[in-house]
Design a protein around this ligand. Structure first.
Ligand SMILES: Nc1ncnc2c1ncn2[C@@H]1O[C@H](COP(=O)(O)OP(=O)(O)OP(=O)(O)O)[C@@H](O)[C@H]1O
Ligand SMILES: [Mg+2]
Length: 475
């Protein structure tokens, strides 16, 4: 239990307050001089100081009281302080409350009111200390996990991600199938890497397959390999990803997009460890640990008949759900600073700091594109900012018009789609495409190559998002 410390040079005041707190079951200590008070604050568990303003019979200036208050603040910036003052120095007490004293009481005081105030402040102090203790426990637990495991450069400070990482490192050693779920760009692949890197297979390959974009035949060939002539276009025989990953780990990204045919074959390998290349009836074996990821709700897909339930149970021995960035705001600023630093290093510029307003915007924004969007916005901010600070505008977070977010250059993308109903600048793709365009200095083909899509596809997306390239006369 925390103590109230009463500091007063007058013995009668000390005794009166000591008795008052005592009968109210509040532990109390007393000091008759500032020096004694400071010593007690440093040494004992003090939760509240009730202090006089004058410590010599002949002074009424309050200067000593002010000095004591400041000295206590230096020792312990959050320790609640209540000033006891004569009516004559009320004005000074009010000033001191502005400077950080929590309250003041005028002599003669009202016992009940003083006890109530003291109880409130002690409770506040206790909560403060509890929070601090929990924070430190969290920090220590995180550091412990971080020092004992390979976390693939994952940045986080939130309790939610700490849980994710703890689970990932725990299941890593278990050699079971893991399904990583979560919205777009929230870090599913990074979490998959962590599972692999902390598993007994960490020295063996981690092979990624994006099950999303490929047509069924190509996906089969990609996964299981194909003999020459197995299908149109299969000129040479090829090794599948299962063979490549033998002894290691196969990461099946966007597993929810697998066709039912591919799901069947996948199920067969998972059950028997056996598979055949396309166009071959030689049975091959592979010992592969599967980590899969999806941002669609597989349960719903099962209900809709587009995903096999038996495969789901094979893949989802353990599920690791990565929360959306908006649900773990403690990660936003650490991630932003990390990405700013990386981007600044890449660009060879000084690492800027975030303005207070930019921090506020980062924290209140709802991050539909999650960490990937944050990464893109910071990259872009590095390219467009000036000076040592990053503003909200640099991040494209409170710009009234998207066009104004870009630096003056000969070729400048700008928003021009008044018909769009959704503010498209909030589309996660928006920042990504703008970043690519700025990096490519407005050259669409180069930006498209950087994004890994065709020029036409980029034009279509720019049109949809209302991004236009505007030719401006130089000068
Ligand atoms: N906690 C993190 N610390 C550092 N970088 C991160 C973190 N989370 C995500 N990233 C980075 O953000 C980007 C997106 O992450 P990742 O690819 O893992 O997300 P995802 O959930 O797999 O996305 P998608 O749904 O699009 O497949 C990557 O560049 C990744 O390195
Ligand atoms: Mg991914």
């Amino acid at each position: 239990m925390l103590n109230v410390l009463v500091v007063d040079d007058q013995a009668s005041v000390r005794t009166a307050l000591e008795v008052l707190f005592d009968v109210n079951d509040i532990p109390v200590m007393v000091a008759s001089s500032p020096e004694e008070a400071l010593e007690l604050v440093a040494r004992e568990d003090i939760g509240l100081v009730i202090q006089d303003m004058n410590f010599r019979r002949d002074t009424t200036s309050g200067v000593e009281g002010v000095e004591l208050m400041r000295a206590i603040r230096k020792l312990d910036p959050d320790l609640p302080i209540v000033l006891v003052t004569a009516f004559t120095s009320l004005e000074m007490a009010v000033e001191l409350v502005k400077e950080g004293a929590n309250d003041y009481i005028a002599k003669p005081w009202n016992d009940d009111k003083l006890v109530a105030t003291a109880k409130n402040l002690l409770r506040m102090r206790q909560l403060q200390q509890e929070n601090l203790r929990l924070t430190w426990q969290g920090v220590r637990a995180r550091r412990e996990v971080q020092s004992r495991h390979e976390l693939s450069g994952l940045i986080y400070e939130s309790a939610q991600m700490h849980q994710v990482v703890t689970l990932a490192t725990k299941v890593a050693t278990a050699n079971v199938a893991v399904l990583v779920t979560g919205p777009n760009g929230c870090g599913k692949e990074k979490v998959a890497e962590i599972v692999w890197a902390n598993s007994r297979r960490s020295k063996k390959p981690f092979v990624r397959v994006n099950s999303g974009g490929l047509h069924e035949n190509l996906l089969d060939a990609e996964l299981f390999g194909a003999e020459a002539g197995a299908f149109t276009g299969a000129v040479r025989s090829r090794t599948g990803r299962f063979e490549e990953a033998d002894g290691g780990t196969l990461f099946l990204d966007e597993v929810g997009n697998l066709s039912l045919g591919a799901q069947m074959k996948l199920l067969r390998v998972l059950q028997s460890g056996e598979f055949q290349r396309l166009g071959s009836n030689v049975t091959r074996k592979a010992d592969v640990r599967i980590i899969s990821a999806t941002n669609v709700n597989l349960q719903k897909a099962i209900e809709a008949g587009t995903f096999r339930e038996d495969l789901f149970f094979r893949l989802n021995v353990i599920e690791i759900a990565v929360p959306a960035l908006r649900d773990r705001s403690d990660d936003v600023l650490p991630l932003a600073r990390h990405f700013l630093e990386t981007a600044a290093l890449t660009e060879g510029c000084k690492v800027p700091v975030l303005s207070e307003q930019a921090e506020q915007h980062l924290l209140s924004y709802d991050w539909p594109g999650n960490v990937r969007e944050l990464e893109n916005r910071t990259k872009r901010a590095i390219l467009v900012h000036s000076g040592d600070t990053i503003s909200s505008e640099d991040l494209g977070l409170n710009a009234p018009q998207a066009g104004s977010m870009f630096p003056a250059s000969a070729t400048e993308p700008s928003a021009a789609n008044p018909a769009a109903t959704e503010p498209s600048s909030r589309d996660p793709e928006y920042a990504e495409i703008q970043t690519a365009l700025v990096e490519a200095r407005g050259m669409v083909s180069r930006a498209a190559a950087q994004l890994g899509i065709s020029r036409q596809a980029l034009y279509r997306r720019m049109e949809r998002l209302g991004i236009e390239l505007e030719r401006r006369p130089k000068g």
